[in-house]
Design a protein around this ligand. Sequence first.
Ligand code: ATR
Length: 283
Amino acid sequence: MSDIFDFDQRKDQYAVMGNPISHSKSPHIHSMFAAQTGQRLEYTAIQVDPGGFPQAVGNFDAAGGKGLNITVPFKQEAWALVNERSERAERAGAVNTIKFDGKTLYGDNTDGVGLVQDLTVNNHIALQGKSILLMGAGGASRGVLAPLLAQGPAGITIANRTVDRAVELAETFADLGNVHGCGFAELEGQQFDVVINATAASLQGDLPPLPDDILGSNACCYDMMYGAKPTTFMQWAASKGAVSVLDGLGMLVEQAAESFLLWRDVRPETRPVIDKLRQEMAG
Ligand code: ATR
C-alpha cells in the first residue's frame, strides 16, 4: 500500500480500504454517484496490509481525506478505532463508513439500512409482520440485525452451522425484538416469508443445510452475495418456488448511497447505478 497520498487538492478525497480490494466496485459506484449529483470528489481503492490499518487511516486523515469505506477484514478494527459511532454502528460492532471532520473520526454502518432499502424500496418486500430466517451468525448478520428488527417483523430466526454463535447473537439483539438463535436442524417443520443468506457459503458454492419445505407461499429469498450468475442459494430458492429471488448487488449500491449521503448530504439515485452494474456484469 502507498503511505504517501498524492491528492488532487481540487477534489475532496474518499477511498475504500480492505484486503483484497482490487475487485471492489465501490470506486466505480461512487464515481457514478458523483457524476449524477454534480459533486467534485475523487474515490480510490486502497489495499491495506494486516496490522497496517490504524496507520493507513491516520495517513489518509493527515493528507486531508474526507471519508472512508471500510471492508473485509477491517470493519471491526474500524469500529474500535473511531472516536464516535452512530447507534447502528454501535450495535453492529462494525464500521463500514468513516467521516473525518478535522477532529473526530465518526463511524457509521450502512450495511443494514442498505439491505432494508433494497428489500423494501427497490423490491417492494414489506418486512413488517413477516417471519424472517437469517442464515449465518458472523459479521454480515450482526451488521443487519438492528435495521431488520426496526422494520417490525413478527420474528427473526438466526440459523447457524455453529449453533452457539447463533444463540449468542440472538441474545445480543433480544431487546430490539423477537429474535431466536438455533442450528439448521431445528428449522425442520417451520416456514418463513423472507430467507436471507448472510453466510459465506456462496463463496465456496455451498448451500447451508436447509430443510426442503421451509419457504412459505410468496416467499422472498435474498443472498447478500452477488455475481454474474445466480448463487447456489438463489438456484435452490428458484427450484423451491420462491416468488422473489434476489442477490446482494442492490444492497451494495444502497449501502454506498447511505455513505455518500453521510459525507455529502445528498442521496444519489440508486436505480440507474444498479442497472448499469447489472448490465456490465452480464456483458
Ligand atoms: P462474515 O463477517 O462475512 O459474516 P464470518 O464472521 O467468518 O464472516 O462468518 C461467516 C458465516 O458464514 C458464519 O455464520 C459461518 O458459520 P460458522 O459460524 O458455523 O462458521 C457461515 N458459513 C461459512 N461457510 C459456510 C458453509 N459452507 N455452510 C454454512 N455456513 C457457512
